[in-house]
Design a protein around this ligand. Structure first.
Ligand SMILES: N[C@@H](CCC(=O)N[C@@H](CS)C(=O)NCC(=O)O)C(=O)O
Length: 217
């Protein structure tokens, strides 16, 4: 088997997605930690956009975490992370898109927002997204612990890294996880109990200290 090489960064939630899929599929990959403030020349030469995650597998070079996740699913179908039915597969992809557009995009804008009104708007957008997820997990309650039911899928993997960092986001911004979103809290707890997820997990304090160090450097 061609070996897998993952260019990653410890705080990157998109790289976290890929580490989760690798762990779930019990795949070993060489992990190369990239200092994003001082990217090594070999990484710059290899990466088309200078971003992590970047996965190299034999002749294949892949970037964009959602694409990498789908590639891993197709190349390594063991421990499947996608439902078998087309409609459910489409639903998983819709949630992957939701994670990018409705959680990660506003978070990225919030980090760089200079204006209070814009910050408030972005925080409200994220709270609205958490509530949309709450509605989805509540509707399917009793039907499994994960977003699409019994099976842990790429939909969960695409979203979960945002939630693992949500408490840290709350320390650095006005975002607060809505306390009444019990369904989302239970969904997060079920994911956090998975051994593969635990093998990649970091604590709130670890994230907070790492971000403080990263932004101070
Ligand atoms: N849409 C991309 C986002 C990747 C991304 O934004 N990565 C960040 C780290 S979290 C990065 O490498 N930034 C470095 C840079 O932009 O120079 C994905 O899903 O992989």
């Amino acid at each position: 088997m061609d070996r897998l090489r993952l260019y990653t960064f410890k705080l990157c939630p998109f790289a976290h997605r890929v580490r989760l899929a690798l762990a779930e599929k019990r795949l070993l990959a060489e992990q190369i930690e990239i200092d994003l403030k001082n990217k090594p020349a070999d990484f710059k030469a290899l990466s088309p956009d200078g971003r992590v995650p970047l996965l190299v597998h034999g002749p294949a070079k892949l970037w964009e975490s959602a694409v990498i996740l789908e590639y891993l699913e197709e190349a390594f179908p063991q421990q499947s992370l996608m439902p078998s039915q087309p409609a459910a597969r489409a639903k998983a992809r819709l949630w992957m898109e939701f994670a990018n557009a409705r959680l990660f995009a506003p978070t990225h804008r919030l980090i760089f927002a200079k204006d209070d009104a814009l910050r408030r708007e972005l925080v409200a957008e994220m709270v609205g997204s958490v509530r949309a997820l709450e509605a989805a997990v509540t509707e399917r309650s009793g039907d499994g612990s994960y977003l699409l039911g019994d099976q842990f899928t790429l939909a969960d993997i695409a979203l979960y890294p945002w939630f693992e960092q949500a408490a840290t986001l709350a320390r650095f911004s006005a975002f607060r996880m809505p306390a009444d979103c019990r369904g989302v809290a239970k969904w997060c707890e079920a994911i956090a109990r998975r051994p593969a997820v635990q093998s990649c997990a970091r604590s709130d304090d670890w994230y907070t200290e790492s971000y403080q160090r990263y932004f101070a450097a």
